[in-house]
Design a protein around this ligand. Structure first.
Ligand code: PLP
Length: 456
């Protein structure tokens, strides 16, 4: 019998996180204040503890994972690497398709890989309360779960459209003891401002971040936790790619291409960066692996955005970051991959893309669900709508291999399961899902409001 699943032992859980900064050809550009000067650590300490900030600013290649965090990772790590044999057969492709399955975590996605260390690093810094945002509900549930692990109270601003689309995600967060509010709320200045201008606002990740940051900045007992985008979050996720490399080594394989869905960049970085390290060292087994971030055509940050300094939130509370952006007040259409509705992108991923070291593609909503259903019907797991983006791009490549006869080795990150997203699948089967066109005018209007760095 052929092995389809490559498992590792719990002792194989990585001992260090990999910091891509050490291997980037150019140092990352610093976050700036509105005056155009780099933000000081003191400013950042208003919302993050020094334990997190040290990781955010580190240039060290390897950062030790605390034993308490590895012990919590043991609840679900190492995650399996699987060969999608039945999908290959269904497609009739000579390509080999592998996926790393992050849906085995308690909350059903990759997000606890960073929620757990963030809760732990806040705890050892003496913090007992955190605020955060959530789009799809995956990050919120993960921080709620991680808060329970380390005795930290968690308040979550959940994007209103997801709050309505995914009531059971809210119940999960409450089960793990968190407070959850539909954002925009009338509890913060940012939320009240949005509601005054747009009473029917469906919310966005940018708005929810503003609310969570505002609250953390105004309360001495509270810090803020972010589920993606920032360097330390990407760092934590590199356990995914390190395990995947070990698993592929075990069966004598190495990928030609890696695909991951792209929202803020953390699951892409998680699987891709440890392989980027090989590319930076000149390749492995004679190969340079192509690293592909897959985003929705309705929120095409990497493929249509501008590479410039912009705020990470809607109200301009965060520092300015050099990144691909659609403009901080761009309101993405209400697609079902809620975790991909973000105007900006990780500065590290943005810089690597700008320098041509990684790639990005955009795919439309209905085609992603078609791919997710094909995957469910062949491999069994029903994927999260976000993960369907990677599956779409991977299937497209496998079909190109079918046409050319090439037997490439393809790997994608199955970043989460979709068992709380069945209403989205219902709408797909009912023919109610739309392919939103790239909202060119909305993006242009939003880009026209980009901050003028140094003008303040
Ligand atoms: C299942 C899943 N995959 C992917 C993403 C995309 O986020 P990121 O790019 O930060 O990994 C999300 C975000 O919520 C998610 O929930």
């Amino acid at each position: 019998m052929e092995n389809l699943r490559v498992n590792l032992d719990e002792s194989d859980i990585p001992t260090h996180w990999y910091n891509v900064v050490a291997d980037m050809p150019n140092p990352p550009l610093p976050p700036l204040g509105p005056d155009g000067n780099p933000v000081s650590p003191e400013q950042m300490l208003q919302i993050f503890p020094e334990t997190i900030l040290a990781q955010e600013m580190s240039g060290e290649r390897w950062i030790a994972i605390p034993e308490e965090v590895r012990a919590a990772y043991q609840l679900w790590r190492p995650s399996p690497l699987c060969r999608a044999r039945r999908l290959e057969q269904f497609l009739g492709t000579p390509a080999k398709i592998f996926y790393k399955y992050e849906g085995v975590s308690p909350t059903g996605s990759h997000k606890p890989n960073s929620a757990v260390p963030q809760a732990y690093l806040n705890k050892i810094a003496g913090i007992h309360r955190l605020t955060t945002e959530t789009g799809a509900g995956q990050w919120g549930s993960s921080l709620a779960f991680a808060g329970q692990m380390f005795g930290i109270a968690v308040r979550i601003y959940m994007v209103k459209i997801s709050y309505q689309q995914k009531p059971y995600r809210r119940s999960m967060m409450q089960t793990w003891g968190a407070e959850v509010f539909a954002s925009p709320t009338n509890m913060t200045e940012a939320g009240r401002g949005i509601l005054a201008a747009h009473p029917d606002s469906q919310g966005s990740l940018g708005i929810a971040i503003s609310e969570a940051v505002e609250e953390a900045a105004s309360r001495a007992d509270t810090k803020y936790a972010l589920g993606s985008v920032l360097n330390h979050v990407l760092l934590h996720q590199t356990v995914i790619g390190q395990e995947a490399k070990k698993q592929m080594d075990k069966i004598g394989e190495y990928p030609d291409m890696i695909f991951a869905p792209f929202g803020g960049g953390c699951n892409f970085a998680g699987i891709a960066f440890p392989f980027f390290a090989d590319n930076a060292a000149g390749g492995r087994k004679g190969k340079t692996v192509r690293l592909v971030a897959v985003e929705p055509t309705s929120c095409p940050t990497l493929t249509r955005g501008e590479y410039t300094y912009d705020y990470g939130d809607a109200s301009g509370y965060t520092p300015l970051m050099k990144m691909y952006t659609l403009g901080h007040d761009f309101m993405p259409p209400g697609i079902h991959a809620g975790g991909l509705r973000y105007h900006g992108a990780s500065p590290l991923v943005s810089q690597l893309l700008h320098e041509g070291l990684i790639e990005a593609v955009a795919v439309p909503q209905r085609a992603t669900f078609e791919a997710g259903v094909q995957f469910a019907r062949t491999e069994g797991i029903i994927p999260a709508p976000e993960s369907n983006h990677a599956i779409r791009a991977c299937i497209d490549e496998a079909l190109r291999c079918k046409a050319s006869g090439e037997a490439k080795t393809l790997l994608f990150n199955l970043s989460g399961h979709g068992y709380f997203d069945m209403s989205a699948y219902d709408r797909y089967f009912a023919g109610e899902l739309e392919d939103f066109d790239y909202p060119r005018e909305a993006v242009a209007a939003s880009l026209a409001r980009l901050p003028k760095v140094g003008a303040a």
